[in-house]
Ligand binder design. Structure first.
Ligand code: C2E
Ligand code: CA
Ligand code: CA
Ligand code: CA
Length: 277
């Protein structure tokens, strides 16, 4: 006879072991996957909220393993960051954005594609050198590549400031990603050379609810306006959220209400259709 509590504890230990073993094997697999280029991009349309026009897309990384299964980016991106693989992955993202979207960007000068940079990319600044080298001769203007920098893991604000300043001088638009989720304060933001602020989905979810987060959404929008930044709302799912954001003059947004992230061809069709409405 074994008491239930002991069984439960054994179960929990087993689960933790299983999870850490899974993490370990994923870690080994990831290095191979980066070498074998098992990644591709989806593109989520970004919409100008007062016109409904599609102005571009955010590139979002996908990993399909050889057995056909997919791993979610919120699982493998942190792993890549911890294991020194993220900068190689960012290089691949840059290559894929150019390969997928060059024609569209050259045809439509008002279109842009946003690339996510992790804290390591921002800290080292290497991704920017790669980007400018790869863009040379493609006909794509730097203005057509927006950069989304997350503040998660920014250790050295001085280096972040340097990299972001270089990015802006090169002509890119720079947005702070997942705003409000980390430690960002007004003071902190004022120190960074930015064009835009991306409002995290958790704050969009709160719109119209009586959750404690709801008033924060309004403050974030005010803060962006005070700093002279434009705003991009992430994760818009309902017409009520859209109406609220339009009333608050949030310039751009993305979310399932408009479209899920799409393969390159499907995004190009979507963009074509929503270009001049
Ligand atoms: P993120 O940068 O905050 O990207 C937005 C996430 O919200 C995406 O998840 C997108 O698919 C999801 N999303 C957008 N609209 C909606 C909506 O209406 N409803 C719901 N439920 N979700 C929505 P995804 O593609 O799974 O990416 C997760 C995170 O992984 C990203 O969050 C980003 O932090 C990271 N990531 C993705 N691609 C890259 C990349 O190329 N480089 C780096 N460094 N990070 C990336
Ligand atoms: Ca992003
Ligand atoms: Ca985001
Ligand atoms: Ca987010």
């Amino acid at each position: 006879y074994i008491p239930l509590g002991v069984l439960g504890a054994l179960g929990a230990v087993g689960l933790v072991l299983w999870l850490s073993r899974r993490r370990l094997s994923l870690r080994g697999e990831l290095a191979t996957a980066v070498r074998r280029r098992e990644f591709f991009l989806h593109y989520q349309p970004i919409i100008e909220l007062d016109t409904g026009i599609c102005v571009g897309a955010e590139s979002l990384l996908r990993w399909r393993r050889p057995d056909g299964s997919q791993v979610r980016p919120d699982l493998f991106i942190p792993l890549a960051e911890e294991n020194g693989l993220i900068e190689d992955l960012t290089d691949q993202v840059i290559d894929m954005v150019i390969a997928d979207m060059r024609d569209l960007l050259v045809r439509d000068r008002s279109a842009h594609i946003a690339i996510n940079l992790s804290a390591c990319d921002v800290s080292s600044g290497r991704a920017l050198k790669v980007l400018s080298a790869r863009l040379a001769g493609t006909g794509i203007h730097p203005q057509q590549i927006w950069l989304e920098a997350t503040e998660r893991g920014f250790i050295d604000i001085e280096r972040a400031r340097t990299t972001l300043a270089i990015a802006r001088r090169a002509g890119h638009n720079v947005a702070i990603d997942d705003f409000g989720v980390g430690y960002s304060s007004l003071q902190y933001l004022q120190q960074l050379p930015l064009d835009a602020l991306k409002i995290d989905k958790s704050f969009i979810d709160a719109i119209g609810t009586d959750s404690a987060t709801s008033p924060v959404t309004s403050h974030i929008i005010d803060m962006a306006k005070t700093l002279g930044l434009f705003t991009v709302a992430e994760g818009i799912e309902t017409p009520a959220q859209l109406t609220y954001l339009q009333a608050r003059q949030v310039e751009f947004g993305q979310g399932w209400l408009f479209s899920k992230p799409l393969p390159p061809d499907a995004f190009m069709a979507f963009h074509q259709q929503r270009r001049e409405q």
